[in-house]
Every structure is written in C-alpha cells, then in structure tokens.
Design a protein around this ligand. Structure first.
Ligand SMILES: C[S@@+](CC[C@H](N)C(=O)[O-])C[C@H]1O[C@@H](n2cnc3c(N)ncnc32)[C@H](O)[C@@H]1O
Length: 248
C-alpha cells in the first residue's frame, strides 16, 4: 500500500491548528485572570454534600482529624486541662465547629459554649443532634461576620482551609479574645509559612506550607505562646499542632 501526502496542505493545516491552539490559550488565560474563587460558604457546603472529607455513612463528616481517636483524645485531654484550670468556668467560642465530634466533649467544662460554622445545614443538624443548656450553635462566616464575645476562641483545623485574605480578617477578630487555641496541620521541620491558597477543601500542606499567625503577612503579637499538644501523622503527612496564645 502506498500513501501520498500533499505537503503544502499538511503544513497549512498544521499552522492553522497551532493558531487555533494559540487563541484557545489566550482565552484560557483570560478566564484564569477573571475567574473568581467560589465563595467559602459554597465551597464548604459542597465539601459536606460531596463528602470530600470522607464519612460515607454520616450526614456531615469533618474529616479524619475530627474522628481519629489517636488525634482527638489527646486534644480533648489538653483542652480539658486548660479549661478546668480556671477557678470559675470560662466562656468559649468554637470557630468552625464542624460536625462537633470534638467540641461535644468540651461543653461540660465551660460556662457557655458557642459553636459557629459557615454551613447552614450543618448547624441545623448540630442543633438537633447536640443539646445542652450552656451550648449554642450559630451559623456565621468567621471572616465576614461579627463574632460573639467569649474568653477563649478554639480554632481547630479551620484556618488551614482559608485564603490569606480570609485568615487576616479572622486574625483581627481573634485579638478580642484573651486566649486563642489554634490547631493547624503543618509540614514537619522547617517550611515557608503562610503560602496563599484558595479557600476550600484543600490545605497549605500540599504546597509544603502551613499557617503561622506570628509571621508575615499576619504578624500577630501575643503575650505568651504554649504548644499544648502535637500529633505526627504517618507517611510524612506532617503534624497537627495545637498552640495556646495568650493575647492580653
Ligand atoms: C476541617 S473542619 C474542622 C471542624 C472542627 N473544628 C474539628 O476540628 O472537628 C473545618 C470547618 O470549618 C468550617 N469553616 C470554614 N470556613 C469557615 C468560615 N469562614 N466561617 C465559619 N466556619 C468555617 C467548615 O465549614 C468546617 O466545618
């Protein structure tokens, strides 16, 4: 069998294809430049609807970090020690409370426990599921809305999911609390902190980075910093660190 090519036609078609690809590239770049990230509320709602953090059998599942007893139990023990160290119980605001598998253990050690999350259906579910006299659930966006007053803010594996712009907004509000207990998933060892991400399911760890509120662009100043508990994850997946900041 013999093939014959008209080289003129082939090269003309090839150039036309390249031109087409070039203009497609320009269009993709234009869309990339004008594309706005999803609102955080929608992104978080989708995470729960599509079970992107796992938990096939539950209506709402906030991920392994909220359910793995090896991670949760030492955290609950450390926060309990902190809470019962006060002569009179303190008020706590849990910012980004999630499915409340963690927070539910702490309510009894507080004077008042305000649990906040951005996902409306999750808050409605939690209201039905967890009832206690001193417990209140609120649907708020912690970056955009005014936060309730309390002695201590718990922010557990929340900022790791937010863009730097949103973390900055939250950080300014954290200054109103006397104590902030922050839990973040970080790379082990040295890393470049606070690389920016788009708010959503993912975290800075995929960029070998993690949140450090004391470093730029946040530059939070604190009176005292104490690591309460840390858990090293298997397979070089980093470390989950809980730090107590005393702010004034
Ligand atoms: C990984 S989960 C952690 C839940 C809980 N703190 C825990 O440790 O079990 C992160 C939670 O933060 C919530 N969240 C994210 N951005 C938020 C925002 N801007 N305002 C309030 N909640 C937010 C999400 O909806 C999600 O429930």
């Amino acid at each position: 069998m013999q093939f014959s090519f008209n080289t003129k036609t082939v090269s003309f078609t090839f150039i036309a294809c390249l031109e087409q690809l070039g203009s497609m590239n320009q269009e993709v770049n234009r869309i990339k430049k004008t594309k706005k990230p999803w609102p955080t509320k929608d992104a978080m709602q989708q995470v729960y609807e599509m079970k992107l953090w796992g938990g096939n059998n539950s209506n709402f599942y906030s991920g392994d970090g909220s359910h793995n007893s090896e991670i949760v139990n030492p955290y609950v023990a450390a926060i309990t020690r902190f809470l019962v160290s006060f002569k009179t119980p303190i008020t706590v605001c849990d910012l980004g409370c999630g499915d409340f598998n963690v927070g539910k253990n702490l309510v009894k050690h507080t004077k008042k426990y305000l649990a906040v999350d951005i996902v409306k259906d999750l808050i409605a579910y939690n209201k039905k599921e967890f009832k206690a006299e001193r417990l209140e659930f609120l649907c708020l966006d912690i970056a955009e809305d005014e936060l309730p007053a309390a002695d201590c803010a718990l922010v557990r594996q929340v900022l790791q999911h937010l863009s730097n712009a949103e973390v900055l907004k939250v950080m300014h509000k954290l200054k109103d609390f006397k104590y902030v207990i922050l839990t973040e998933h970080l790379p082990l060892g040295e890393f470049v902190p606070n690389k920016d991400i788009i708010s959503g399911q993912g975290i800075r760890f995929k960029k070998q980075s993690g949140i450090n509120l004391l470093m730029p662009p946040f530059n939070l100043t604190v009176k005292e910093e104490t690591v309460l508990v840390s858990f090293i994850l298997k397979d070089s997946k980093g470390v989950i660190i809980t730090t107590l900041y005393q702010l004034f």
